[in-house]
Ligand binder design. Structure first.
Ligand code: 26Q
Length: 772
């Protein structure tokens, strides 16, 4: 492998001339991106074709996911090809700054953790040479763009991510397939994205389906001058893949969502069967010997009845089709929260995909016959998680504690019958994007102590542990300082807030949800602020508190929390009394690319969900790898992070799962509120005019104070964990001042992050589930 940078630059220039009659200098960042991307696609073309050829007749795994949060591809692709610095230098010579491409939009075809995990897995699989292809949906609009208005309320805007072109995918008309619904038939057209591995000629494929009408225009209606009707069919088809559902924690029983899911399932399976037949012949009974399909949560679970339907249409009996499906699919669960578990009303489902309902009923009957205590259908609803457990080879959670909770709680009855089916696959992150690309400074430092090449052998980082001395810590602290300066510039430009890089950077970035407890963080900040004001808190290291989060547009409580935090920020940032000691900034439109700036600059990583609620978390791993300490609960992968890095190098607080379970019915937040003046003072700022209040903030206040049994109440134990959170947070804040000791903790985290490479995760899937 060696890619010729001169050829890529020359082709970029030729394309700019051909398409726009422009030069590198005269063009826009968007057009430069489009042409540079195309030139890279030309360069990898041969390798891509060869990679597909090599895999043709072998056993393969397929990742089915409704979401892929790819982020910005230009830098990561150049980085993985090993030519980022050369391209940068070559362009610089011609007077062009590659940093201009910071304006290019992310491919945000995902909400958060689950979608980003899918993207990290593709990077790891191709880098490790594991035969894995992705199937998904090509939404016309990705996750909305977020801004805040004067009041600090979230505003959403459509994410027209392909407006200036999408050089990173090719339309493959010849593999388009038909997908039939009760009321319409559409064409699903695949767009293929190359997945460029790191330091390898191997190139994988992400195939994304886009819905189009069978015919572009209804000419009868057109000729009758009924233009609206003439276009109606086209719109109705395109509507299906028009927009990503911006919800990441509560499922919505919407017909359009069923159609999205069914297109993903049906089109992908038709495609897999086409390839299978072309290499293995028309007998589909051996399918599962060559095909393993991983379901990324239940969003693609209709694949199970759809495969059975396709096999039966091919002449197979139900029982045999059932066995083939069972041996083909495996299912990953990403949440234990009941409101996120998909349950489809059978009438609604039948109004869209009637044949699928018939097959689900057969599966339910088979299940109930064998195991009267188990069910797929209950109260006229299809439980997609149960379906996925029943018809699969393996079921896994995404962190040890989560996988245990699945066995003990959510799938207790299933575990009793199928104990061997249940596995754990602790999540991971790709070290290429989340260290090599976003933190070249730290990567370079680490290369001096760990052999170069550690980005594909992340466990090598542990050789650092005995080497950590005052000199390395000093070098690490300098890198951290540089990353903070860079972030300060980004934030000044985008948010108009000036920050001091000498401050502690305390960061919580993730989707906004009550269970993630951004509100607890904000109340704690309020308590710190008021304690600085009244002089009771003197031993405090100046701190910037950074938030980044999108709320689902219809999630009113989450939106109220955003507004409150923005009001808190405004109040604190405008108070000259504390200007030298604290700042609060809630960045707008937090996304993958913003994360790449923020995470390397963090000192403290906030991972503060109540134990048992966050399935894994993956942001926690990104912070760890970039040398932040975790301020967190014993939840999700935090448990394994401190297991690897040591409790002494992190700040763990709060109740354990067992403790929370034991107080579930007796939790009395009012008693805590009455007993603690600090909590009272902080919580009351929601309603007492410290910041502008409103009905929704009053409702939040009410909810915090009423026990978990009341329906409008805090199920997330905010007040329960508050005191221990505040103590741990202030401890970390004081410890920071010993720059050597704190830097050492950070580096011990870096050295312990090897386990959290998605290379390790994907190898475990390959060996323990897919057998590829
Ligand atoms: C479902 C039905 C209808 C509309 C939307 C949805 C939907 C979409 C996305 C439901 C859930 C999601 C996303 C869930 C998610 O991101 N879960 C996170 O997955 C990560 C990767 O495993 C974990 O690290 C996180 O703990 C988990 O919250």
């Amino acid at each position: 492998m060696s890619y010729n940078v001169n050829t890529i630059i020359a082709n970029t220039e030729a394309l700019l001339k051909l398409r726009h009659d422009e030069t590198l200098i005269s063009t826009t960042p968007q057009r430069l991106h489009d042409c540079l991307g195309t030139a890279v696609m030309m360069a990898i073309n041969e390798n891509w074709t060869a990679s597909k050829k090599r895999r043709e007749s072998n056993r393969k795994a397929y990742y089915f996911s409704a979401e892929y949060l790819m982020g910005r591809l230009v830098y990561s692709n150049l980085f993985n090809l090993g030519i980022l610095d050369q391209v940068k230098a070559a362009l610089a010579q011609k007077g062009v700054n590659l940093a201009e491409l910071e304006d290019i939009e992310d491919a945000a075809l995902g909400n958060g953790g689950l979608g980003r995990l899918a993207a990290c897995f593709l990077d790891s699989a191709v880098t490790c040479g594991i035969p894995l292809s992705g199937y998904g949906l090509r939404y016309r609009f990705g996750l909305f763009k977020q801004s805040f208005d004067e009041r600090g309320s979230q505003k959403e805007e459509a994410d027209d991510w392909t407006r200036y072109g999408d050089p990173w995918s090719y339309r493959r008309d010849k593999h388009a397939v038909k997908v039939k619904f009760a009321d319409q038939t559409v064409i699903a057209v695949p767009y293929d994205m190359p997945i460029i591995g790191y330091n390898t000629d191997n190139i994988g494929t992400l195939r994304l389906w886009q819905c189009e009408p069978e015919r572009e225009l209804d000419f009868d209606a057109f000729n009758a001058q009924d233009y609206a009707r003439a276009l109606a069919e086209k719109n109705k088809a395109e509507d299906i893949t028009r927009v990503l559902y911006p919800n990441d924690s509560t499922y919505e029983g919407k017909q359009l969502r069923i159609k999205q899911q069914y297109v993903l399932c049906s089109a992908s399976l038709q495609d897999i069967l086409r390839v299978y037949r072309s290499t293995h012949g028309s007998d589909l009974s051996g399918l599962s010997r060559f095909v393993a399909v991983q379901l990324n949560d239940t969003h693609p679970a209709m694949s199970i009845p759809e495969l059975i339907r396709l096999l039966m249409a091919d002449g197979m009996e139900f029982e045999q089709a059932f066995q083939v499906a069972k041996n083909t699919f495996s299912y990953t669960n990403h949440t234990v929260m009941s409101e996120a578990l998909e349950k489809w009303n059978l009438d609604l489902l039948a109004s869209v995909v009637p044949e699928i309902v018939e097959i689900i009923k057969k599966i339910d009957a088979r299940c109930r016959a064998d195991h009267p205590e188990l069910f797929i259908i209950k109260d006229h609803q299809a439980h997609m998680a149960n379906l996925s457990v029943y018809v699969s080879t393996a079921v896994n959670g995404v962190a040890e504690i989560h996988s245990e909770i699945l066995k003990r709680d959510l799938f207790k009855d299933w575990y009793a019958v199928y104990p061997k089916r249940f596995q754990n696959k602790t999540n991971g992150i790709t070290p290429r994007r989340w260290l090599g690309l976003c933190n070249p400074e730290l990567t370079k430092l680490l290369e001096q102590y760990v052999s170069p090449g550690f980005l594909t052998r992340l466990d090598w980082l542990q050789v650092l542990k005995p080497l950590v001395d005052s000199e390395i810590v000093e070098q690490f602290n300098q890198v951290k300082r540089a990353k903070k300066e860079q972030l300060c510039q980004v934030i000044a430009k985008r948010e108009g807030v000036e920050l001091n890089p000498d401050f502690v950077f305390d960061v919580q970035v993730k989707r906004l949800h009550e269970y993630k407890r951004q509100l607890m963080n904000a109340l704690s900040i309020m308590d710190i602020y008021l304690s600085l004001k009244d002089g009771s808190l003197t031993d405090f290291t100046p701190t910037v508190f950074v938030f980044g989060a999108k709320s689902a547009p219809g999630y009113q409580r989450a939106k109220a929390i955003i507004r409150y935090i923005n009001q808190v920020a405004k109040r604190i940032n405008n108070d000259p009394d504390v200007a030298d000691r604290m700042k609060v900034v809630f960045v707008q439109n937090y996304n993958c690319s913003y994360a790449e700036h923020i995470i390397p600059a963090a000192d403290i990583s906030e991972q503060i969900s109540p134990a048992g609620t966050e399935a894994s978390g993956t942001g926690n791993m990104k912070f760890m790898l970039n040398g932040a300490v975790t301020l967190g609960t014993l939840d999700g992968a935090n448990v394994e992070i401190v297991e690897q890095a040591g409790k002494e190098n992190n700040y763990i607080f709060g109740a354990t799962v067992e403790e929370l379970e034991s107080i579930r019915d007796t939790y009395d937040p009012m008693a805590i509120y009455n007993a603690d003046a600090h909590i009272r003072r902080a919580v009351d700022t929601l309603v007492d005019g410290t910041v502008p209040t409103d009905d929704e903030l009053k409702e939040l206040h009410h909810a915090l104070l009423h026990g978990a049994s009341w329906h409008k109440a805090d199920h997330y134990y905010t007040l329960k964990d508050f005191a221990s959170y505040q103590a741990a947070r202030l401890q970390a804040n004081r410890d920071y001042r010993d720059r050597q000791a704190f830097g050492r903790k950070c580096l011990m985290n870096v050295a312990s992050a090897g386990k959290f490479s998605s290379d390790r995760t994907i190898r475990q899937y390959a060996e323990e589930i897919w057998h590829v």
